[in-house]
Design a binder for this molecule. Structure first.
Ligand SMILES: Cc1ncc(COP(=O)(O)O)c(C=O)c1O
Length: 399
């Protein structure tokens, strides 16, 4: 079930990909004087960095790889604690484990992003990084998070996989923390099927992230540069076809986000005007969010469950991929004494909020997120009004 970019694939992507197909040169590396080399990945990196407002970007094969490279960029390794919210896609947590770090789960607040008080309470002498996840396109409370991070001398990795195009206080997400990670998978604001990006202003962290994504090499190598590899990396490279497709999509980012904001505004207004008792909206930390989803919260979890059942969707708490309670592979992890690190219901505030929440789709139509009901980026005004009406009637019939 795709995100907005996937609904809008067309001529721009076809043109970019056709250029690569003409010569069949598929590697991201090449020399500028070689006419076969179309420089799509390196151009994407440059354009992406310019859009987000950072000095450096590294294109990778997915959001999970972007988080791993970003963690390595920040120096995370075995035994380092990384704070991450218990409501996130499982990849935010598994990427930490994959580079040897220890995820420490924090609560969320009613913005469905990291709870700053709980983050503060969970900092220890082993904490090196905090990873706010801008869930469902909503910026985390970045001012407060950056203040806490600075006070405790920890670094910030923004997981922007669900929030490309959103801004916080005028700055694009992914340019506020020490490093950012994006996904271009099929559910995201723009897509190249799979793909990802790391963003940062720091040259050293860029070089580390780049090296990790390509066997330890320095950026933009020419061949195998023996003697220059300062760290051990793996292969997370993006190829030219993917880069070309993503370039076509990137050109549409502004118009996609504008469409999403307009459609969400109409959908939300219709629900708001119905003045449904016991229903309110999640907190949005900046109006320049992505607007990919409209999340409603109910005061009574039983009403929420009844509404979800009638709409044929899950409450957010029932999402198998986004809620720590439902990640059996993460819950199975033990420490050196064989004790479980993570337990069901260890985050009571998160559980309470998500038991009372339903995600209505605006641009991301994803039953896995609980967003199986709502509109998509191409919805007409009358479709939006009809969906809002169905939702309102369903709630009225459940109170
Ligand atoms: C918050 C978050 N982090 C990380 C990822 C991982 O991205 P990818 O699927 O591109 O590896 C996703 C993707 O769904 C995500 O939503």
């Amino acid at each position: 079930m795709p995100g907005p970019g996937a609904f809008l694939v067309g001529e721009e992507e076809r043109r970019e990909v056709a250029e690569v197909m003409e010569t069949g040169y598929l590697s991201r590396y090449g020399t500028a004087d070689d006419p076969r080399f179309k420089q799509k990945v390196v151009t994407l990196e440059r354009e992406f960095a310019r859009k987000i407002g950072v000095h450096y970007a590294v294109a990778v094969n997915g959001g999970t790889g972007a988080i791993m490279a970003a963690l390595v960029g920040l120096g995370v390794g075995p035994g380092t604690e990384v704070l991450v919210p218990g409501y996130t896609y499982v990849a935010s947590i598994s990427a930490i484990l994959a580079v040897g770090g220890i995820p420490v789960l924090t609560e969320i607040d009613e913005s469905l992003t990291m709870d700053v008080q709980d983050l503060t309470d969970k900092i220890t002498e082993r904490t090196r990084v905090v990873m706010p996840v801008h869930m469902l396109g909503n910026p985390s409370d970045m001012d407060a998070i950056m203040t806490v991070a600075k006070k405790h001398r920890i670094l910030t990795l923004e997981d922007c996989c669900q929030s490309l195009g959103a801004r916080y206080k005028g700055r694009y997400l992914g340019s506020i923390g020490h490093i950012g990670a994006f996904s271009l998978n099929i559910n995201k604001t723009i897509t190249s099927g799979d793909g990802g990006m790391v963003t940062t202003n720091d040259k050293h962290r860029y070089e580390r992230a780049f090296g990790f994504h390509d066997q330890g090499h320095v950026p933009l190598r020419m061949g195998v540069e023996i003697g220059k590899r300062s760290l051990v990396g793996i292969n997370l490279r993006m190829n030219e076809l993917t880069g070309a497709f993503a370039l076509g999509q990137l050109k549409k980012l502004d118009s996609i986000v504008t469409m999403l904001r307009n459609k969400k505004k109409r959908f939300k207004q219709a629900v708001e005007e119905a003045r449904l008792p016991g229903l309110y909206f999640r907190k949005i930390n900046d109006p320049e969010e992505c607007a990919t989803l409209l999340t409603v919260l109910f005061e009574d979890e039983k009403v929420c469950a009844a509404v979800a059942r009638k709409l044929g969707v899950m409450r957010v708490s029932e999402s198998g991929w986004h809620v720590y309670n439902n990640m059996e592979n993460i819950l199975a992890i033990t420490d050196s004494q064989g004790l479980r690190r993570y337990n069901k219901h260890m985050l009571p505030k998160t559980d309470d909020i998500l038991n009372r929440a339903i995600n209505l789709s605006v641009g991301v139509v994803d039953p896995g997120l609980g967003a199986g009901f709502g509109i998509n980026v191409l919805a007409t005004d009358s479709e939006i009004d009809r969906k809002a009406d169905t939702f309102i009637k369903t709630v009225r019939g459940s109170i």
